[in-house]
Design a protein. Structure first.
Length: 68
């Protein structure tokens, strides 16, 4: 069974930190790079990650099928 992982479009990310606030085990705001990044794609349940995706004001987080 394919597993989905969150990915961030770093070009679209506005570095607001919402994703890290909702899922600190998955996302981290990298202020030196000017965008958030995925630090552990399985660091929270998918429904919690979906909340972070839904609350992203830039809509720059999406699901991607993980490579086996």
């Amino acid at each position: 069974m394919a597993k989905n992982i969150p990915v961030i479009d770093t070009e679209a990310c506005i570095a607001c930190g919402n994703c890290e606030a909702v899922c600190p085990g998955v996302f981290r705001l990298n202020e030196s790079l000017g965008h958030s990044e995925v630090i552990n794609p399985t660091g929270a349940p998918e429904d919690q990650i979906q909340i972070a995706i839904d609350q992203c004001p830039a809509q720059c987080i999406s699901w991607q099928e993980a490579a086996d």
